[in-house]
Design a protein around this ligand. Structure first.
Ligand code: ADP
Ligand code: MG
Length: 329
């Protein structure tokens, strides 16, 4: 069990940002409309995520921290197969095996006026359940990440670098789930405070807050549809000189991806219209029938495979070409 937990922890919990990513996914799975993220010292001292999701019933709290599928990893030989397993159902167990974790929750249908709490520190699972005040939803507090695995702790970069990665995880989510209110605080300072957005104007406001006002100033909004494909979002004109390294967000059916075919189509449209190879900046959403895309090429590498690559490439190229040509300075 101990071996399994630590192996899994290595996979899921590479750094503070991976903790944040897993916890955010859990909050979304629970149907949260509002998620507040608070971190201290780049996440290595504290990561606290509170959501207003469905919560965890008292009787399931301890279970939530335990490994669901221990049998998957019997010994070190199975290390080879780890990547194919994908580690679903093990995030909380893995995180708690390398931190001091407190899980507090109140289920929406519990009929109780307060919540319940369990704590775990490293491998010693203190399964004691205690009452704790909490509104409907869940709070997960992760303190002292890697306190019991010094080798791993040594691999962490500076506080700023680790926080930057957390920020990136939160931005990606902020740009894909406009329906969720999100906040991020670092060392008591508010970094993001984003209200849920429905209309294009509200979404645009969020884009400005996440990508910066300069991005919006130089961006065109597009919304195109053809052959069952829809592309919408914001693409920047070459007048935008980015200060941030990479403002390139491409979502396929709500999931952020990095894909050669997509980059190629975008670059080509840019080059064609703008005479020259400016680095594109964009936040774009491609929507298509789920059966036309395979998103499970690799669970963590953000890859996809389109059934009809030619169709997608041409559609992206044409849509962007038209949008950019229409506003050519
Ligand atoms: P998985 O999400 O793959 O099931 P996790 O270890 O991440 O595995 O979480 C274990 C279980 O704990 C989840 O299946 C869910 O039932 C519960 N859980 C975790 N986080 C939350 C949350 N924020 N809200 C409600 N339930 C949660
Ligand atoms: Mg999970």
């Amino acid at each position: 069990q101990r071996l399994a937990n630590q192996i899994a922890a290595g996979e899921v919990v590479e750094r503070p940002a991976s903790v944040v990513k897993e916890l955010l996914e859990n909050s979304l799975d629970a149907g949260a409309h509002r998620i507040d993220v608070e971190v201290e010292q780049g996440g290595s001292k504290l990561i606290r995520i509170r959501d207003d999701g469905s919560g965890i019933p008292k009787d399931d709290l301890t279970l939530a921290l335990s490994r669901h599928a221990t049998s998957k990893i019997a010994d070190l030989d199975d290390l080879e197969n780890i990547q194919s397993l994908g580690f679903r159902g093990e995030a909380l167990a893995s995180i708690s095996s390398v931190s001091r974790l407190t899980l507090t929750s109140r289920a929406s249908d519990s009929g109780e006026s307060g919540g319940w709490q369990v704590e775990a520190a490293g491998q010693d699972m203190a399964a004691t359940l205690s009452p704790a005040p909490h509104p409907t939803g869940t709070s997960v507090e992760v303190r002292d990440l890697f306190f019991n695995t010094p080798a791993r702790k040594k691999f962490l970069r500076t506080e700023n670098t680790e926080f930057g990665r957390i920020d990136e995880v939160v931005r990606r989510l902020a740009l894909s789930r406009f329906d969720v209110s999100l906040s991020l605080r670092h060392n008591q300072r508010t970094v993001h405070q984003l209200h849920s957005a429905q209309s294009v104007q509200e979404k645009q406001r969020r884009i400005g807050l996440v990508c910066g006002p300069a991005f919006l100033e130089h961006a065109v909004y597009i919304d195109m549809e053809a052959s069952g494909l829809r592309l919408w979002g914001w693409v920047c004109l070459p007048t935008f000189s980015r200060s941030q390294p990479d403002l390139q967000y491409f979502y396929v059916n709500g999931r952020v991806i990095r894909d050669k075919l997509v980059s190629h189509a975008i670059k080509q449209a840019y080059r064609d219209v703008m005479y020259g190879g400016r680095h594109p900046a964009f936040v774009l959403y491609l929507e298509l029938q789920p059966s036309l895309v395979d998103v499970n090429v690799h669970p963590t590498k953000h890859e996809v495979r389109f059934r009809d690559q030619r169709l997608v490439h041409d559609f992206l190229f044409r849509s962007l070409h038209k949008a950019l040509a229409d506003v050519r300075p």
